[in-house]
Design a protein around this ligand. Structure first.
Ligand SMILES: CC(C)(COP(=O)(O)OP(=O)(O)OC[C@H]1O[C@@H](n2cnc3c(N)ncnc32)[C@H](O)[C@@H]1OP(=O)(O)O)[C@@H](O)C(=O)NCCC(=O)NCCS
Length: 166
């Protein structure tokens, strides 16, 4: 039988317990006419990496509620590698915010460069697909705490935007 975390569904968990990484190799089917990976493909991988991280943290099925702005810094080409990582930055009532980072890597030369990063919000849902309470995240490191403080400001901004219909 597989290993199952035996704890209450709302017991807090540290950020480290759900850190998620993914590695993708860029094939011609992922690329545009210039031989670089499509932005939409990277966004899909970021969404998946974030969803896995959010499900690991919440122990629930999650739905993508929103993605804050993204800007692509440098392309990743066919034959190169996309390195993705996701971490929980803050949890709210039924939603949680994650930071997802995508980097390029040339596995031959060993070069690694920033490509894009974004804050994603996921909502945990119950069996009836209704928003469900999420466990808190334990802040252990200084970095955890800094992310959480800034997450509050981002959430206030998102809520204000939603309210104004923007
Ligand atoms: C996300 C969704 C489940 C929220 O449901 P809802 O009926 O609006 O529920 P609520 O208003 O009670 O909001 C639930 C939580 O979602 C958050 N939320 C809703 N829309 C959001 C958005 N656009 N950005 C960030 N957070 C959002 C709310 O702030 C709330 O968080 P909290 O409980 O932690 O305070 C619903 O809007 C939905 O299904 N959207 C479509 C999602 C989708 O199709 N995703 C792509 C495919 S997976």
């Amino acid at each position: 039988m597989g290993r199952v975390m035996n704890e209450s569904p709302l017991a807090p968990r540290p950020v480290s317990a759900s850190l998620t990484t993914m590695t993708e190799f860029v094939l011609p089917t992922h690329a545009n006419a210039l031989g670089s990976v499509f932005g939409g493909q990277i966004m899909a991988w970021m969404d998946l990496c974030g969803a896995i991280c959010a499900q690991r943290h919440t122990g629930r099925v999650v739905i993508t509620a929103g993605v804050d702005e993204l800007s692509f810094e440098r392309p990743i080409k066919v034959g190169q590698v996309v390195r993705l990582s996701a971490r929980v930055t803050a949890t709210f009532r039924t939603s949680l915010e994650l930071h997802v980072v995508a980097e390029g890597e040339d596995a031959v030369t060993g070069e690694i460069w920033p490509c894009v990063s974004a804050f994603l919000t996921f909502v945990a849902v119950d069996e009836g697909l209704k928003p469900a309470a999420v466990r808190a995240v334990e802040m252990v490191t200084e970095v955890d705490r800094r992310y959480a403080v800034e997450a509050k400001e981002r959430r206030a901004h998102r809520l204000a935007k939603r309210k104004s219909g923007g």
